[in-house]
Each structure stands twice: as C-alpha cells, then as structure tokens.
Design a protein around this ligand. Structure first.
Ligand SMILES: [Fe+2]
Length: 347
C-alpha cells in the first residue's frame, strides 16, 4: 500500500513539474518586468521616478488582462504610464477575430470567401455579399475596440497615460476604405483628460521636480515593410520631432525597434519600443525566432540595451496577434525605476 502511495506521489510530482515547465515554456500570464536605470547628463535635475510601460495589447482585453494590468500598476504606483502603440488590431484577420464574438454568424466569412476566393478582404466583401448576416465580423470587431478603449480609460482614471501610435493604428487611420472611421471613433472614445496621444508630438512635464519630455514617434509605413527592409535614418526623427531637450530627461516612444540605433543617435535618454512581440520564441537575452516583419533571429527582439549612457527597452508586448503562441516569452508590463543624475557623464 505504501509502495502504491509513493508511486502515486511520484507520478503527481512528475505531472505537476511537467505542467510547471509547460507554463514556463508557454506562458499565458502577464508578468511585471522591472528595470533600474540611471540617466546621467550635465544640467539634469537629480532625483528618481517610476514609469510603467506597455505595448502591443492588440485588443487582448477579454481574458482578465485589464484586472492583471491594473494589479501590476497598483503594485508599482508609477508616476505615469506610457504605451508604445498597437492597442488595436488592423490586419487581414482582424474582422474574422471579431466574428468569433458573434458565433451565430460563423458562416458569413466562409460563404464570403467562396464568392471572393482571390481577395484578401474576403471577410468584408463576404459580409457585403450576404448582408442578411448583419455584418457579424464588423460588430465583433467594434466590440473589441470598445473594450480596448475602456481599458485605457480605466488606466487613465488612476494615472496620466501617454500613447504613441503603432503600425496598426496608422494602418487603420490610412485605410479608410477598409476600416471606415474606426480610428477616429477609437480615439474619440478615449474620453478622459488624462490621456495624451503623441502622434509625432511631445509633452513636457515635471515629475517629482525633474523636467521630463516625452516624445511619440509615428514611423512611416515603408519602414515596416516585411520583405524589403529599409533602414531608417536618424533624420526622420529630427524632421518629425525636432531635437531633444537639453534640460529635460528625453523619453522616446518609438514602436518599431528596427530604428533602435537611429533613436540613440537622435539623443533619447530612454527609448521604449515593442512591435516584435519578443519574436514568438525568446533565444537568450535579446533574440527572437521570428518577428512580424519576418526577421529571423533578430538581435532586437527583446530586452534592455545601453549605448553611451542611452537606454533602449524593447518589450515583448502585453497581448498577442496573428500567431497566438509564446515560447519562453511571456507577455509583460515593464516597470522602470529611473535615477536621474546631473553630474558629468563617463561616456
Ligand atoms: Fe506593431
């Protein structure tokens, strides 16, 4: 009997350890990733601040994410919250994901595809072909956008929130024939005064007596190309944002980490990026298996980088998109304790 019990114990230990390993390899929870960074530059006011940063939620807010995100924010008590873009979803799959919300109309897209087999906008066209299905995909999609906006409003009820635009917001804004007025509707539904959209703009503020300027860079579509990658020159940042403020800590929200070197050359003390989702599977400290722009084993997929006293953080993102798989690459909120020194830099 004892032998039998010990066999059962061994089996249950093995299965719980396998489960634990699987959870670590295929994480689903949102983690809180902390960094302690120092910015040293003559003329800066000495002090300390706390910032929370997230990116790439892609409307993933229906499985407890808002509660988890608020839990992390309340634990960290940041002075402000920054978002690196891609709150929304604006690609070929966006409408069909929306359709899952209204499963009574699940045949709409399939029937539409039979009518338009060679067209990437099949879901939309399909719905137009079958108006009796009451535009299920669009309805589900609009629900997702509404839920996303309400999460941002919830954050902003407690913390000042600064949002930059990712490629999904800019695509939604540019492709009106496909997305209608949804970009405007989404922005207008961010109704609190505590949300600032930084679309090639900056915001100036004092945090605990330290002058800070936050820049939001909206990168042009050609630098997001999937097949013919074009390196973005630093002049793009100068043209869009001017030059960094010599008397303030300069934080730059730049969605695409492919422009990491340009951001450092431009002069940001702290650059915050996302977009790559950690490359699906994390390899070592920085590499990811494959990025959304089809870079294989990119060295810019994740983590903290420092160059001449300038910091860059690339987040794995807080949501999922297109390929809902993460291997050793959890979703995260980034918490940064920033120490500011006004002395001479060693670099
Ligand atoms: Fe993105």
């Amino acid at each position: 009997m004892d032998e039998r019990n010990s066999m059962i114990n061994i089996k249950s230990c093995i299965s719980s350890s396998v489960m634990q390993n699987l959870i670590e390899i295929f994480p689903k929870n949102i983690t809180d990733t902390s960094y302690n960074l120092t910015v040293t530059r003559p003329g800066l006011t000495q002090g300390e601040m706390k910032i929370c940063f997230f990116s790439d939620i892609h409307c993933c807010v229906t499985h407890g994410e808002p509660e988890r995100i608020m839990e992390i924010l309340h634990e960290e008590e940041p002075d402000l919250v920054l978002c690196g873009g891609d709150c929304v979803d604006a690609d070929s799959f966006a409408f069909s994901r929306g359709m899952q919300k209204h499963s009574d109309n699940v045949y709409t897209e399939r029937r539409g595809k039979q009518s338009h087999p060679d067209d990437v906008y099949t879901a939309q066209q399909g719905n137009q072909t079958y108006p009796g299905d009451v535009y299920a995909a669009q309805r589900g999609y609009d629900d997702h956008l509404e839920e996303m906006a309400s999460m941002l409003n919830r954050i902003a009820a407690d913390y000042p929130l600064y949002l930059a635009l990712g490629n999904h917001e800019t695509r939604m804004r540019a492709q009106r024939e496909r997305f209608g007025d949804r970009y405007d509707d989404f922005i207008n539904s961010l109704h609190t005064d505590n949300i600032t959209i930084l679309d090639n703009r900056n915001a100036e503020m004092d945090i605990r007596g330290i002058p800070v300027r936050i820049y939001g860079f909206t990168m042009r579509a050609k630098y997001y190309a999937r097949l013919h990658h074009v390196e973005m020159p630093p002049v793009e940042l100068r043209e869009a944002l001017g030059v960094p403020d010599p008397e303030a800590v300069n934080m730059l929200l730049a969605h695409n980490p492919a422009c990491r070197n340009a951001c450092v050359k431009w002069g940001a003390d702290l650059t915050l990026s996302g977009h790559y989702h950690g490359g699906i599977m994390r390899i070592g400290k920085h590499r990811g298996a494959v990025t959304p722009d089809f870079r294989i084993f990119s060295p810019n997929a994740y983590g903290w980088f420092e160059n001449g006293g300038k910091h860059v953080i690339i987040t794995s993102g807080a949501g999922e998109h297109t390929i809902p798989v993460r291997i050793a690459n959890p979703r995260e909120i980034v918490s940064i304790t920033l120490h500011v020194c006004g002395g001479h830099t060693n670099h």
